[in-house]
Design a protein around this ligand. Structure first.
Ligand code: SF4
Ligand code: SF4
Length: 765
């Protein structure tokens, strides 16, 4: 192993501009820093200003760029999170911000030798960086701007209309022979407009006609997706229509709005389903009102009886580790709506609703209050512990843990289970909606998978078998899922993203939600689809590196076809040929650099982020002699959470050890172990890596970058053994941005531990 650095090409003309304002000048000696630039690094232009962001100073830089033909400019001042629009020059000038304010002056002792050394090293690192990188040039290619929407329910139709109204051609495919999806199964929907008191008509027919008559929307019904290959801007889509004809089309972005299905009530035998014939589901009740709602009293279920009482059981299968561990979100408002249907048709019937909590988000609270105030509708908190059939044919419902702490029993003509939902990507083939009222048979298509649903199994089965999009990606046919079969997305930072760039999930396939929420969600997906089309057109990245023009380049002559990059890329960017050589689909790439970190041959690089560039930064740092008691710690901080955390700590004037030199990295997964090994060989006393949290509730912006980094630590530990160095010299920490107060402590404690271990024996060699 060995760090590869190249001599600075002569065409890289660097200008260094330092600010002594904002307390920087009182903390460090800027003249000495200028010497580092001009004398030590032979930078042709280096200047300091007491107010670098002033119009005059920025104008001076502009003039220097022109007269001195500078193409690399270093701004030694505040964090790059500030004033990026001020320090913006011609597009052929690479601007590097060296943070002397938050990372040095505001977080270290003023006038101190160590603080000065820290500032000088950061400047050296900045100069090394700009000399060893190039301005990224975006790859550009012809793209198709059509948005493909898969699924013609409420979310799909809303996405289609949103994209079409924004001027984009839309192809909307639906597997059934009619648009409308779950809306077609509903009598009414929960209120979505002020004053939020009455259930509303679904409006499905008008909705469908609006979509079908839109000049920019092509609707293809009875259509399945046979295959999708390609990348954002040029997805190649093969359709199967009417089970026979095939058609190929191109799309720039894809929205999957294939909805959800009810949880199989056949699993709810403990709530009497399939055992007691007058235990039914909310879907069955809804269907009967839909079929008979206009003036006919829902007779198919309640035929020949005068309905005296009905009891709704909330969370039937939801929020239950044995069934669906999550809240299905819409069951509470659905029950409230159905209670009103029953009351309208049977004004004298007693209607009981047994709930754990009523969850009616936002304005639906008004609806809840209205239903709560209705005569004959009784809402009671409690847990249904047993159901049995009485001699008179009614159901006896035993309820425990009521608000008053008493056990109660209610006799009811019918019991309605408010069952939850599972995403359409779940492969259990649940067909509860096909059950007839009063049926005691479980869903015809019920499978073992459905019976034993748990989050991890559901996620695995959805990834392996959903086969809705039929992607030809090496990582699988569908959107990868995180939990319970719902597509993965970053739950804090970008809930709309999936792990397949340019393909977005909308509506209840993405997360449990009701019709109104699905429609709102669909707008978000349409905007993401439009955004990715524009990014693909300009060769730029989407979130989280929105607008980034760099992309991974592969020096394939030296590729050993080890497949690490293709296997570790979290976004399915890299296909491979028969031998295992990576075949990049660059528009899928999120520019995380995980492939760069993975490649043992070190042949993957970005114009502005490469093995050579970071290596040259490491090399530029001065390593004091062992007897100076100045340990040198190298810290790789993920630029998504850890590095901003450090700047926030600085902004809050938190102090941290001046012996640590920080290199921000795209993701902890982009850290190639060669950087660590060579830094140790060079005499660094310790290496810190700080990234996002991983595990089930991961916070890594690139899904598993920090997890991969942690796995690669095994190789690092091996290297440490070979070098006969203590394993404690390299440590990995995870933290989220709101834990910024912990970072100074992590730095300080690590430096102390390294002091205790002693100096790296390779120092000075
Ligand atoms: S940069 Fe990230 S997304 Fe792009 S190919 Fe490499 S690992 Fe995949
Ligand atoms: S990780 Fe490097 S050597 Fe391995 S297949 Fe990818 S490019 Fe080739």
């Amino acid at each position: 192993m060995g760090i590869e650095t190249k001599a600075c090409p002569p065409d890289r003309r660097v200008g260094v501009y330092l600010c002594s304002g904002c307390g920087i000048g009182e903390c460090i000696n800027c003249d000495q820093l200028l010497q580092v630039a001009s004398k030590e690094n032979k930078v042709p232009v280096s200047k300091a200003s007491s107010w670098l962001c002033s119009e005059e100073s920025v104008e001076l830089i502009r003039k220097d760029i022109e007269s001195e033909k500078l193409n690399r400019v270093i701004i030694g001042a505040c964090s790059s999170r500030f004033l990026s629009d001020v320090f913006k020059f011609d597009t052929d000038v690479f601007v590097e911000r060296v943070n002397l304010r938050e990372n040095v002056a505001w977080s270290h002792k003023p006038g101190d030798e160590d603080t000065q050394m820290l500032a000088e090293d950061y400047l050296r690192m900045g100069i090394a960086k700009v000399r060893n990188c190039e301005l990224p040039e975006p790859f550009k290619k012809e793209i198709n701007e059509t948005v493909l929407v898969v699924g013609g329910g409420a979310a799909g139709m809303t996405s289609a209309l949103a994209a079409a109204d924004a001027g984009y051609e839309v192809v909307l495919t639906e597997k059934e022979d009619k648009l409308g999806g779950w809306l077609n199964q509903l009598y009414k929907i929960a209120p979505s407009h002020s004053p939020y008191l009455e259930p509303e008509d679904t409006g499905v027919e008008e909705f469908i006609s609006k979509v079908e008559s839109h000049g920019k929307i092509r609707v293809i019904k009875s259509c399945l997706i046979e295959k999708i290959s390609g990348e954002p801007g040029s997805f190649n889509v093969e359709l199967k229509i009417n089970n026979s004809a095939t058609e190929n089309l191109m799309a720039g972005a894809i929205i999957q709005a294939t909805g959800a299905k009810p949880y199989d009530p056949g699993n709810l035998t403990e709530l009497g389903f399939g055992i007691i014939d007058n235990v039914i589901t909310g879907s069955q009740l809804e269907k009967q009102f839909l079929q008979n709602g206009n003036g006919n009293n829902g007779k198919a279920i309640f035929e020949g009886k005068k309905l005296k009482s009905i009891l709704f059981v909330q969370c039937a299968g939801s929020r239950d580790e044995k069934h669906l561990p999550y809240c299905s979100t819409e069951c509470c408002s659905t029950t409230l709506k159905q209670a009103l249907y029953v009351k309208e048709k049977y004004p004298d019937a007693l209607i009981y609703i047994i709930y754990r909590d009523i969850r009616t988000p936002a304005q639906l609270e008004l609806f809840y209050k209205r239903v709560q105030s209705e005569e004959n509708i009784f809402l009671t908190k409690g847990e249904v512990v047993n159901l049995s059939k009485s001699k008179d044919g009614s159901v006896l419902v035993d309820i425990d843990n009521t608000l008053l702490g008493e056990k109660i029993q209610i006799a009811s003509d019918y019991v309605v289970l408010a069952t939850g939902m599972v995403p359409s990507t779940f492969v259990g083939n649940i067909e509860s909606e096909t059950l007839e009222a009063g049926s005691t048979a479980p869903g015809a298509g019920q499978t073992e998978a459905a019976k034993t649903l748990d989050g991890k199994k559901a996620a695995a089965s959805a990834e392996a078998g959903a086969k809705i999009l039929n992607l030809t990606y090496r990582q699988g046919t569908d959107l990868p899922t995180l939990k319970y079969g719902f597509p993965d997305s970053h739950y804090i930072c970008f809930p709309y993203e999936t792990r397949r760039t340019g393909i977005y999930a909308a509506g209840s396939v993405r997360a449990p939600m009701d019709i109104s929420m699905s429609k709102a969600d669909a707008y978000g997906a349409a905007l993401k689809a439009i955004q990715v089309i524009h990014a693909a057109k300009e060769g730029k990245a989407v979130h989280p590196r929105s607008g980034d023009q760099s992309y991974p380049e592969f020096f394939l002559q030296r590729c050993t076809q080890c497949k690490r990059c293709t296997e570790e890329c979290p976004f399915g960017t890299l296909d491979e040929d028969a031998k295992g050589t990576p075949l990049p689909n660059l528009a899928r790439c999120r520019r995380c650099g995980i492939c760069l970190g993975a490649c043992p041959e070190r042949i993957i690089s970005f114009k502005d982020y490469s093995i050579g560039m970071v290596s040259s930064m490491i090399k530029s740092i001065e390593i004091p002699d062992e007897d100076e008691d100045k340990p040198r710690i190298l810290a790789f901080l993920c630029e998504n959470d850890a590095y901003p955390s450090l700047e926030i700590a600085g902004r809050n004037r938190m102090q941290f050890d001046a012996n640590v030199r920080v290199i921000p990295v795209r993701c902890l997964g982009s850290v190639n172990t060669v950087w660590i090994a060579d830094a140790l060989s060079r005499g660094f006393d310790g290496i810190l890596m700080v990234g996002c949290k991983f595990g089930d509730d991961y916070q890594c912006h690139y899904i598993r970058g920090s997890e991969l980094a942690s796995k690669r630590m095994e190789n690092v530990q091996e290297k440490l053994k070979q070098l006969v160095l203590e394993p404690e010299r390299v440590k990995l920490f995870t933290l989220s941005i709101d834990e910024y107060t912990k970072l100074p402590g992590i730095f300080n404690e690590f430096v102390e531990q390294i002091r205790e271990i002693g100096a790296n024996p390779y120092k000075g060699m």
